[in-house]
Design a binder for this molecule. Structure first.
Ligand code: SF4
Ligand code: SF4
Length: 134
């Protein structure tokens, strides 16, 4: 049976990434062990999408012109000099009303219910957590 090259490539990529997938799920299920070190890694050189509620809440606090519109019609926080518009004085200036994605970071839920670690590459808290879990 002839398997197209693209399918072979996808299968190889899936097999290679599987251990990382399960590692991220394991971290997700143990998220109560996570502790943010406030390193600011997630506030630099990242894309921070905003929900409509985020925009409403932050504008309600008096902030304006803090986002850009994307070509697909969504909004993302401006990153002047590759640092988040809201980052300052060693932390988030809108911590209590920060965007939803920032509240969830470095975790998310895949398919809406499987806890999942987004990254450990620039998140010091996640790197510390990996030392406990793995
Ligand atoms: S809104 Fe706050 S927590 Fe979110 S990326 Fe910007 S500075 Fe960081
Ligand atoms: S990168 Fe991780 S440890 Fe650093 S501030 Fe963000 S969530 Fe906290």
């Amino acid at each position: 049976m002839h398997v197209p090259l693209i399918v072979q490539g996808l299968l190889v990529a899936l097999l290679l990434s599987a251990p990382y997938f399960w590692k991220r799920v394991l971290l997700g299920y143990n998220k109560n062990l996570f502790s943010c070190t406030r390193c600011g890694g997630c506030c630099r050189d990242v894309t921070v999408p905003l929900t409509q509620e985020d925009v409403k809440r932050i504008e309600g606090a008096g902030y304006r012109r803090f986002y850009a519109d994307t070509w697909i019609g969504t909004k993302i926080v401006l990153m002047p000099g590759l640092t988040c518009f809201f980052y300052g004085d060693g932390g988030c200036r809108i911590y209590s009303i920060r965007p939803q994605i920032c509240k969830e970071f470095p975790f998310t839920k895949i398919f809406g219910f499987i806890p999942y670690a987004r990254t450990w590459y620039y998140c010091k808290g996640m790197q510390e957590m990996r030392k406990i879990i793995e």
